[in-house]
Design a protein around this ligand. Structure first.
Ligand code: SAM
Length: 311
């Protein structure tokens, strides 16, 4: 049965328990999975592989990486693919990220089919995309998996637009392979005024019921959809740790496996590591793989010195 869950990060400090107790509670609630000894690979990993104690970083194409993995191994597949909007990623120019729509659809269909194959029964797939593509890719997801949530991760800027309404959210689609094996409902602090710290909403006399936190909803407007500029490690988009953190809080297990074939600078793998999950992360740019390896190394050092990791 899904359990209540309080995250152990700074965002949860105001939920009325000390940070230490929140962390302890967090560890106690994260279900464990038996450690596995069998290899995750069914064939030789493609490209260049950098093995690590808690998983692998692989410099390879996403489809090739997924194809080399065994069936039914991942607790979470986290997909933050290129959006086909003509972005520059590392050594590849903008044309590489502006393919004909049917070619991009065929590519993403293969990624989703392979991701569904490597997911274990009850495992969760998260796909981060713009709504226009999320709608189209949902039909492929529906064939393989079961719909769980469409999470709107809100954008905060609101620049004037020439055409249409300002697109104010990214879609984070959550699908599971059959009934979800893990589905926790994190508690988050009720929205409060940054100046006076008072609650922004009126809870109609039931304030004491929300002081320990309110249930996380499918609209995430308390975090940024992209990593803050001051923490970024490259020019192209990166995710803040808070987004994969929530995916792990909802669907993760200690010692379970997270697979991220478009890992970029590795926010999802960093988070998996911090939460005690194993991870396989891939990116076709060697520069990104090097950043990931540096981040993983920094976690080891910071853990030793008990220093926080950049969000
Ligand atoms: C939107 S970014 C992911 C950002 C990442 N979540 C982070 O926090 O840094 C997409 C990434 O996919 C990589 N990529 C693009 N096409 C790829 C492919 N066919 N195979 C593997 N990686 C690919 C790009 O190099 C880029 O780093």
């Amino acid at each position: 049965m899904p359990s209540r869950y309080i995250p152990g990060n700074s965002a949860a400090v105001s939920v009325g328990v000390s940070k230490r107790r929140a962390v302890e509670r967090h560890k106690a609630t994260l279900p464990r999975q038996a450690k596995r000894v069998v290899s995750w690979w069914r064939s030789k990993p493609p490209g260049r592989r950098f093995p690590d104690k808690a998983g692998d970083v692989v410099c390879a194409d996403a489809v090739a990486l997924l194809k080399a993995l065994r069936n039914n191994i991942a607790d979470i597949v986290f997909l933050d693919p290129p959006f086909n909007l003509g972005k520059t990623y590392g050594s590849r120019g903008p044309r590489q990220d502006r393919r004909p729509e049917d070619a991009y659809l065929a590519f993403m269909t293969e990624v989703i089919e392979q991701s569904a194959r490597v997911l274990r029964s009850g495992g969760s797939l998260y796909l981060y995309h713009i709504p226009r593509w999320a709608v189209r890719l949902a039909s492929t997801l529906e064939k393989e998996l079961r719909f769980c949530h469409w999470i709107a991760v809100s954008m905060k800027n609101g620049y004037p637009r020439r055409k249409g309404l300002y697109p104010a959210h990214y879609a984070l689609l959550h699908y599971t392979k059959g009934a979800p094996a893990v589905l926790r409902r994190p508690l988050v602090p009720p929205p409060a005024c940054p100046h006076c710290d008072e609650f922004i909403r009126d809870y109609g006399g039931y304030r004491r019921h929300v002081e320990d936190g309110i249930s996380l909803s499918d609209i995430w407007d308390d975090l940024s959809p992209v990593r803050h500029l001051k923490y970024k490690l490259r020019g192209a988009n990166e995710l803040p740790l808070a987004i994969p953190k929530r995916a792990v809080e909802i669907s993760g297990r200690r010692n379970g496996l997270l697979v991220d074939p478009f890992a970029g600078t590795g926010s999802a793998i960093v988070l998996a590591r911090l939460e005690g999950m194993k991870a396989i992360a891939g990116d076709r740019e060697i520069a990104n793989c090097r950043i990931m390896l540096r981040r993983l190394d920094a976690i080891r050092q910071r853990k030793r010195k008990k220093r926080p990791v950049a969000p």
